[in-house]
Structure formats: C-alpha cells, structure tokens
Design a protein around this ligand. Structure first.
Ligand code: FE2
Ligand code: FE2
Length: 271
C-alpha cells in the first residue's frame, strides 16, 4: 500500500538579527537532504516578528529556498498580522502585508493530493476579515467539493482549532477564533478529516479526537515565554513527520528535539 511522507516545519521566525535560529535550520536542511519527503509544509511565522521588515523577508525567502524538496507554505500572525477580532491580538492583518508576503512567498494556501489523501493548507489570519477572507472561504468550498469522495482529508493551519476545549466560546490568542473554528468544522464535516496540523504555539501536543489526529507542531527555532508559564503542550523545539497511508491512516513522529537548540525567546526580549 502506498504511503506518502509529509514533513511539517513551523515557526522558524527568521531574522537577520537572530542568527541563533539559522543554526537549527542548517541541521534540518541536512536532514531533509537525506530524508527526501514527498512534501514539506512550512506552517507560518517565517518572519521573526515584523511583517514590514524587508531584510527579514529576504532572509526568510533565501532560507526557504534551501529546502531540498518540494515545499508549500501558509502564513502566520508574525508574517501578515493577526486575525482582526482577537481581543489581545497584536498587529492586525492588512492587505498591504498580505500582498508583500505573497510577493515574497507566493500563494497563502495550497492543495496537494497523494494516493488516498487531499491535503489543504489555509491562511488562518484572514478568515474573519470580510474583505480579505471571503474569497478564501469560496476557494475552500470549491476545493472540498471537488476532492475525491474516497479521500481522507488533512488540514494545515497556523493556529490550532482550540486551546483547551473543542467548544470553547471565548476567543484567545492561542487558537482559531470560535467563529472561524465552527465555520471550518461545518465545511469539513462531510469529509473524513483525519489530520488537523497546526503550529503557532511553539509547543508539541498530539491527541486523537474522534477520527481526527490533532498535532501542534513545535517551532523549529525557539520556545515562547517564560519556562513557568502555563502550557497545554510540551515546551520543546522540533519538527513533525507524517506518514499518510492510502487507506486513510496517519502516523506521526516528533523529530529534532535531540539535535536542535531549544532557543528561549525570553532571554532575548529581556535584554
Ligand atoms: Fe510563532
Ligand atoms: Fe504564530
């Protein structure tokens, strides 16, 4: 039976002034060179912090161009700004930032097919914005309508669908806004959603809920906040390999935490 291998690299947060993040990338590029997976998904936050930093944008693009196999990308909040209605959101997503990011990296979403699988990547940052998000909802509807009915579905999205509970009603900085989560759930409900893969949290967490495996990929570069902060996942760095079997089974494993530097963001923000 055919098995396809997909590797998720999340939250590299490249910055000219933060060469400590390039160290881990060098190691991952060497690993990919040998492993040669069918697809690499870069799940957002490729920029250190600021969507307007042209030097960081160029540096990130050069680093992504080193990936020695086919790769696709979706943006994160540090790339194009944040979802407009998160109460504690940082810089709000704008058409200008989205346009600049797409000039550098191409499309903000993707569809990929493997034997038995349809893999979709979505831009989580614009889905609550009528002027920026409506067209993506239409695209998503069309992609789902045309996917082979026997296929299992894997969804890649910068944010996880929820932080604590799948029906939590308060918006928080960690997960999709509940309105997006519910609308997305309704869209994929007729399909066999077998994998929901996210980044953003800089933590590793994997669990099954119904027939869906949920994976929070950690950052390849750094962990966030102070070691004593409350977390739902494991505060580590690394990347995730998925094996998608033609019959709809998915296996995953966390890689890299034994060879990558666990850079601590708070050490830099404290300086
Ligand atoms: Fe991040
Ligand atoms: Fe993020």
């Amino acid at each position: 039976m055919s098995t396809s291998r997909v590797v998720q690299l999340s939250d590299p947060h490249f910055g000219i002034a933060h060469p400590q993040h390039d160290h881990n990338w060098d190691i991952i590029i060497d690993w990919l060179d040998e492993a040669q997976p069918e697809l690499v998904v870069v799940s957002g936050d490729v920029l250190y912090s600021d969507p307007m930093d042209a030097a960081d944008l160029g540096h990130a693009r050069r680093q992504l161009d080193r990936i020695p196999c086919r790769w696709v990308i979706i943006p994160g909040n540090h790339d194009i700004g944040d979802c407009p209605s998160h109460p504690d959101a940082g810089k709000r997503v704008t058409a200008e930032w989205l346009g600049g990011w797409m000039d550098a990296f191409g499309a903000d979403r993707f569809t990929h097919s493997f034997p038995g699988w349809t893999v979709l990547g979505i831009n989580a940052q614009t889905l609550l914005s009528p002027e920026l998000g409506d067209e993506q909802w239409q695209w998503l509807k069309a992609e789902l309508a045309t996917m082979p009915p026997e296929h299992a579905l894997a969804l890649f999205c910068h944010r996880p669908p929820f932080r604590e509970l799948p029906n939590e009603t308060e918006a928080n900085q960690d997960a999709l806004h509940p309105l997006i989560r519910d609308r997305l759930s309704a869209c994929v409900a007729p399909h066999r959603l077998r994998l929901f893969a996210s980044g953003h949290k800089h933590q590793y967490r994997a669990f099954g809920l119904g027939e869906t495996m949920h994976v929070w990929a950690p950052s390849v570069s750094c962990v966030n906040k102070h070691p004593h902060v409350e977390t739902w996942g494991i505060r580590t760095v690394g990347f995730v390999e998925y094996r998608l079997s033609q019959d709809g089974r998915v296996r995953h494993r966390l890689l890299g935490s034994d060879m990558l530097l666990r850079n601590e963001n708070y050490l830099h923000t404290a300086r």
